[in-house]
Design a protein around this ligand. Sequence first.
Ligand code: PRP
Length: 209
Amino acid sequence: MSIITLALTKGDRVLQQELDLLAKIDIRPLEDIRQSRKLVIETSRDDVRLMLLRSSDVATYVEHGVADMGMSGKDVLLEHGEEGYYQPLDLGFGKCAIWVAGLADESELPRRLKVATKFVNVAKRYYADRGQQVDIIRLYGAMELAPITGLADRIVDIVETGNTLKANGLVKVDKICDISMRLIVNKIAMKMKHEPVQRLIASLSEATL
Ligand code: PRP
């Protein structure tokens, strides 16, 4: 029997939805994930175990084959680079979008924009595609503060409800892409553990419908 290691994104926003989806196909963690400090968790299925990772690490673990499969946000995959694994399934939750946003009053924009973001690669590609030269400033959180304080002219960030933008006097400028959670699969596991991997993809696919 081959064991499938499935990496989950530990983030508050999506963990419950990941677990709900797994419960639909009768995969349940054997301990309370929120209480436990363990990072590898056995499940009700002998052949499936879970790995709890930071969102930005799921693709790395799957790419290197430490995890056979993973659930990760498309935003993180775009930023990480999408060549090192397969992406067979849109899981249909964790929906949001990456937007360019700026101050409502942009009357004094400089010719060369400063753009603050944690999605440095996504932002670089977006402006390169437009032939627009900008200076990218890497931030790790609280992006919305950058235009207000003058650190940057624009931000590239996740927008879900739009509440954070609104609360900070910012407006959407341009949508870069829609985001949702994706199932990703290690390329070698797809060959070597073909049957169990395909079965899991098929049942997850059915459960997301
Ligand atoms: C994201 C994003 C925005 C906020 C948008 O941050 O960076 O700040 O959510 O959501 P809204 O449109 O519903 O207001 P998150 O809370 O994920 O934390 P992070 O900045 O630490 O990633």
